[in-house]
Ligand binder design. Structure first.
Ligand code: SF4
Length: 325
């Protein structure tokens, strides 16, 4: 049986929820999985307007994604950042497609948490989201908006993950977990906002212990973001710039400009670009070296660079180059 609060949450959702989001109106587990991965670090509006539909048009099924070269997947991910997400999507599609071939069935995502969590890039949060949104499993979800609600409901300033999951499991609506979980996200983003939450019209108000001073919960963490500096050398030859495909862990698989310890004496400094990552700020000082001979393996015209999968930082570097040359 549903509790009075669960009934209020569902009633609120039917009137105020974003029922028309495309990943809420499909029951295709692959589409839901793609949306969940995209939404991990990116706002709904951006995913909706720029990435979700083009990605699924290019790779309509898990098998299409598995059979595509990684370069093509990274290209479709360009602008979303956090490229490991795209690589893990691709790896997961490959694994599931292979499993499907062995069993003689079309590849699909598993529905059980224990199986989902074994796949590359699927952590506890994503596994719960896929299980409940794709398969209607009676499990809660955990994301920033939901965490804030849970903290305020129980006046928790610095809860552990375990505490939050325990509370979430106690609250989840076992009869209609799909709508309940979607509603919790919408309540978090539209009512239980970080500043000025709308407690008087919130369907959770009756059970909320923190509603008198909601902004006390949770405690905001002050983060010092370190700055990293790089010297980027643009090797220019015959109106073409040299790029190489990155092999290291960071931005692996993307094409990029050379990062050097010391700029070449004969190079010209053209300016700097900055980019904010989650854990650090990157400052790139950019130099151009106009070579008389071909010294690198791969040179590209600007037109061809635009067809490569490159990072946001390298896009900014291309823009700086075009603005200054
Ligand atoms: S009553 Fe206020 S603080 Fe509590 S969950 Fe609702 S909006 Fe958040």
């Amino acid at each position: 049986m549903q509790t009075p609060t669960q009934i209020k949450i569902l009633t609120w959702y039917k009137t105020h929820g974003r029922l028309d989001l495309p990943w809420r109106t499909t029951d295709n587990p692959y589409h839901i999985y793609v949306s969940e991965v995209m939404l991990q670090q990116t706002q709904v509006k951006t995913v909706l307007e720029r990435f979700y539909f083009p990605f699924l048009k290019k790779f309509p099924t898990l098998q299409d994604l598995a059979e595509a070269p990684l370069d093509a997947v990274l290209k479709m991910w360009e602008g979303l950042g956090y490229y490991n997400r795209a690589k893990n999507l691709h790896k997961t599609a490959e694994i599931l497609t292979q499993e499907g071939q062995i069993r003689g069935v079309a590849p699909t995502l598993p529905s059980e948490l224990e199986e989902l969590i074994k796949l590359p890039g699927i952590g506890k949060n994503t596994a719960h989201a896929v299980a409940t949104f794709a398969y209607k499993k009676p499990v809660p979800i955990m994301e920033a908006n939901v965490k804030r609600i849970l903290c305020r409901l129980h006046t928790l300033k610095t809860p552990t993950d375990k505490e939050l999951w325990n509370i979430a499991y106690k609250l989840v609506d076992n009869i209609n977990p799909f709508d309940y979980n979607q509603a919790m996200m919408d309540i978090g983003s539209s009512l239980c906002t970080p500043k000025n939450p709308h407690c008087t019209i919130c369907p959770l108000s009756d059970i909320c212990k923190g509603k008198e001073e909601p902004t006390l919960y949770p405690t905001k963490k002050k983060r010092m973001v370190p700055t990293r500096e790089q010297h980027i050398m643009l090797h220019l030859y015959n109106d073409r710039l040299s790029l190489t495909q990155r092999k290291g862990k960071f931005l692996h698989g993307l094409w990029g400009f050379e990062d050097v310890e010391v700029p070449l004496c004969a190079s010209e400094y053209i300016g700097e670009v900055t980019h904010a990552y989650t854990h650090f700020k990157l400052v790139c000082k950019v130099y151009v070296y106009d070579a008389l001979e071909k010294e690198k393996d791969h040179y590209f015209t600007i037109e061809n660079i635009r067809k490569l999968a490159i990072s946001k930082v390298d896009e900014k570097i291309v823009k700086l180059y075009l603005d200054t040359m």
